[in-house]
Design a protein around this ligand. Structure first.
Ligand SMILES: [Zn+2]
Length: 209
């Protein structure tokens, strides 16, 4: 048994090049969203990439074209290939963007707190209707998981019902926060902060509690 475990471990460490890095921050909370791709509790923001909007529009246009072509026709076949190619291009672009974020997170933070979103949760609250939903939250999480091993950081998953957006990061008061509300203005302590940053700060606190 231990032999198996040993050889597994050797194979594992051989394949993965560890680059344990010195961490600039002990903890970071990450709020994923529509307006910005990711907002960190440290104040750093990763905006939605510029290529995203135009490419998304093209994606919609191509799938409409496909829908209009007669079934079984040559033109339909061509349209299908065009759509598939563009789809692959967009998802590669998004993957690259996610790689930049996940590397930055795991390299510079000892603990990274993210919301544990699942697919149903994502569809029901349009929170991730932006770039991340296309590539999948799973891809983001997958990258974080292997990079945390590589750089020696720890991923903390917040319960997906944790009200990170609704909680005041100053006093802990909880209030409704419709998506259009971009600023958290606490009804209790009058504290006011950008919605995403407020959520990211709340998430970061879960690492130490
Ligand atoms: Zn408050």
């Amino acid at each position: 048994m231990s032999r198996t475990a040993d050889s597994w471990f050797i194979a594992f460490s051989y394949e993965q090049v560890f680059q344990i890095s010195e961490k600039q921050y002990p903890v970071v909370g990450v709020d994923l969203g529509v307006k910005e791709l990711a907002t960190l509790s440290t104040g750093i923001v990763f905006p939605n990439p510029k290529y995203y909007r135009g490419n998304l529009a093209k994606l919609k246009r191509l799938s409409r074209t496909l829908a209009r072509k007669a079934k079984g026709s040559k033109n339909r076949h061509k349209a299908k290939i065009k759509l598939a190619r563009h789809h692959a291009k967009v998802s590669n672009l998004i993957k690259d963007t996610l790689h930049k974020i996940t590397t930055y997170l795991c390299k510079n933070h000892a603990k990274v707190v993210i919301e544990d979103l699942n697919v149903t949760g994502m569809l029901s609250n349009h929170k991730l209707a932006g770039a991340i939903s296309d590539c999948g939250f799973h891809e983001f999480k997958r990258q974080l998981e292997y990079k945390s091993k590589k750089f020696g950081s720890q991923i903390v998953l917040a319960d997906r019902w944790y009200p990170s957006s609704k909680t005041c990061s100053n006093c802990g008061h909880i209030q409704d926060m419709p998506l259009k509300e971009r600023t958290y203005s606490c009804e209790s302590c009058k504290f006011s902060l950008a919605r995403d940053l407020n959520a990211a700060i709340n998430l970061s606190r879960l690492a130490s509690s």
